[in-house]
Design a protein around this ligand. Structure first.
Ligand code: NAI
Length: 296
């Protein structure tokens, strides 16, 4: 190990938000041997985060230790033993080298959190957000540590998905960025580097692609089913754009397009879709509500 890696190695991580993403990030971070403080608003939510991590690890252990249940139990206990739960973010960050924020997708709420943490966290602690659609810089300006701020964008489900987008704002130092890349490698992800642009790499391409598929449907060019079949069999995609939109959630898609079309009114491919807005208003949110473009 080079001295620079040894100097940056992150031993303890505070993850704020114990929902879908935060629980997964906590799991992979603890699996990599780091200590984790998982923070959320109240004990009940944290209990749910704990049990979702436990269940997910049981699935991993079942495969990994299929002929050694004792080893599997030990594997789970070792990992969960490294995770502490807290409702007090200011206290949790005190000995952490890295903060990963995965709370509600709302700029003001994220700014408020980081502004408070900036005042109490150790000077060298790196701050990151897992935001999908808010510019990292807009969140970072709530702190005095823009040089130690970046984005770590994970994918759902975190333990399964191999990619981690690592985002830098103009002020992010090479030292900070390299530490974030090292953290990504430590948690077993393939990292890609990206500037602080809307949707980073994956969502920048996927969201307009799904929105254009909806526009095709609105124009009556083809049916949702035929567009999905075409992209699966003609482009080799594992899911068609409507299946993917239902998986992501039409409310999430609508929310992302709303933000982008407001910030970039001249970009045609960021325009909102009337059909998608109507489906959301009718409660057709995709798989999670049992119906979206398709019924489940
Ligand atoms: P979620 O709703 O499952 O979890 C958010 C959690 O944050 C909740 O448990 C909530 O109680 C907690 N929370 C809210 N405000 C808080 C605060 N001030 N302090 C502490 N905890 C707070 O949301 P999810 O899906 O995990 O998303 C979290 C972030 O990750 C968002 O920024 C989202 O854009 C991003 N993201 C989501 C992906 C997805 O597929 N769901 C993929 C990649 C990024």
């Amino acid at each position: 190990m080079s001295t620079s890696i040894a100097r940056h190695a992150i031993k303890e991580v505070t993850i704020i938000g114990g929902g879908l993403m935060g629980s997964g990030i906590a799991q992979v971070t603890a699996t990599a041997g780091m200590k984790v403080n998982l923070v959320d608003m109240n004990e009940d939510i944290l209990k749910k985060s704990g049990s979702s991590i436990q269940k997910s690890l049981e699935r991993v252990a079942k495969k990994k230790f299929s002929d050694n249940p004792e080893g599997g139990k030990q594997f789970i206990d070792d990992i969960t033993g490294r995770i502490s739960f807290s409702c007090n973010p200011e206290e949790a960050v005190q000995s952490s080298g890295l903060v990963i924020e995965a709370i509600v997708e709302n700029l003001e709420v994220k700014q408020k959190l980081f502004s408070a943490l900036d005042k109490v966290a150790p000077k060298e602690t790196l701050f990151t957000s897992n935001t999908s659609s808010i510019p990292i810089k807009d969140i970072a300006v709530s702190t005095q540590r823009l040089d130690r701020f970046g984005g770590l964008h994970f994918f759902n489900p975190v333990p399964m998905m191999k990619l981690l987008e690592v985002i830098r704002i103009p002020e992010t130092t090479d030292e900070t960025f390299n530490s974030l890349l090292e953290y990504g490698a430590a948690v077993g992800k393939t990292t890609v580097n990206c500037k602080d642009t809307p949707g980073f790499i994956v969502n920048r391409l996927l969201v307009p692609y799904m929105a254009e598929a909806v526009r095709m449907l609105e124009r009556g060019d083809a049916s949702a089913k035929d567009i999905d079949i075409a992209m699966k069999l003609g482009a080799g995609y594992p899911m068609g754009p409507f299946e993917l939109a239902d998986y992501v959630g039409l409310d999430t898609m609508k929310f992302i397009l709303e933000g982008w079309s407001k910030n970039y009114p001249d970009v045609e491919i960021f325009k909102q879709s009337e059909m998608m807005n109507k489906l959301v208003a009718e409660g057709r949110l995709g798989r999670k509500s049992g119906k979206g473009f398709y019924d489940y």
